[in-house]
Write a protein that binds this ligand. Structure first.
Ligand code: ZN
Length: 285
């Protein structure tokens, strides 16, 4: 199953378009996609028996983020050996590096993103959306708590991120638009192998990253087990799972996102996001 947030309405993707879930369910489910994660198992059962004929057209410019208002956003740092190496850091193997991206930074798969002053960089990541809440779950049970997968960019302003006296991951990765996710949320049965998904990105047509989630140091089940050993993961929460090698900050010469650039992000089975970057106004937004 593939679901979208299209013009602010929850849609089930079918051949030729989408089914508007609120209309097709006679109002059983609300149009706001974020609310469906709190009734995930009920929704999956309804969707299994839903009509197969689209009742609306679907176009890229209608699409918003598939989880626009999570209560918690988690992000995992240094989760690929090749990325830890390019960052000049020791790869963590016992203890995950965890930070947050504040929810106001979430945007859609075809949004225009404003570039603040500094050194703005990309990080292509597999993104997990939680369905059934998870607290103190085992790795073996973890996938049952995932509603689906999407792809994201953990956009980062590197100067603030590494500014002394203490790293500022949370703020530096939370400018407006710095957490684009989409274009759709895909449930696990759609993947040939949910534990090994090809992800990558191109900047202005040039390949920058290409990796496989099978190379993550902490797998999705391990991330869920470890996070949930401390706190509950709530329905609709979002987890950025870390980026493979190929960020701009580690390149020689260094490469950064400039106004006018286009970043195209792709994940196998999930699809493609396309972002244009523009200069931030000096005052206001
Ligand atoms: Zn990241």
């Amino acid at each position: 199953m593939r679901i979208v947030n299209a013009a602010g309405r929850l849609g089930l993707v079918v051949d030729g378009g989408m089914i508007d879930v609120e209309s097709a369910s006679g109002g059983l489910f609300a149009p706001e996609i974020q609310t469906v994660y709190g009734r995930w198992n009920e929704f999956v059962a309804w969707a299994d028996a839903a009509p197969a004929e689209p009742d609306r057209e679907l176009a890229n410019d209608m699409l918003g983020p598939p989880a626009p208002q999570p209560r918690q956003v988690f992000a995992i740092g240094l989760n690929y050996f090749d990325h830890a190496e390019e960052a000049g850091m020791e790869p963590p193997t016992d203890s995950m590096v965890v930070f947050t991206k504040f929810p106001s930074s979430i945007t859609g798969p075809f949004a225009t993103i404003k570039v603040p002053p500094g050194s703005v960089d990309w990080e292509t990541e597999l993104v997990v959306v939680i369905g059934e809440p998870a607290y103190r779950v085992s790795q073996a049970d973890a996938w049952r708590h995932v509603a689906g997968l999407t792809v994201g960019q953990d956009i980062s302003e590197r100067e603030m991120q590494f500014r002394p006296p203490s790293p500022q991951f949370n703020l530096a990765k939370s400018f407006p638009g710095f957490s684009p996710i989409g274009p759709v949320l895909v449930t696990m049965e759609e993947f040939a192998d949910r534990d090994d998904i090809k992800i990558g990105c191109e900047l202005n047509g040039e390949q920058m990253q290409l990796g496989r989630t099978g190379n993550m140091i902490f797998s999705v089940p391990r991330i869920i087990a470890e996070l949930s050993s401390t706190l509950p993961l709530l329905a609709g929460d979002v987890i950025f799972t870390g980026t493979p090698a190929g960020i701009g900050w580690s390149r020689v010469p260094r490469k950064l996102i400039q106004p006018g650039d286009e970043l195209v992000t792709t994940a196998e089975t999930i699809g493609t996001m396309r972002h244009r970057f523009v200069a931030r106004d000096e005052v206001g937004t």
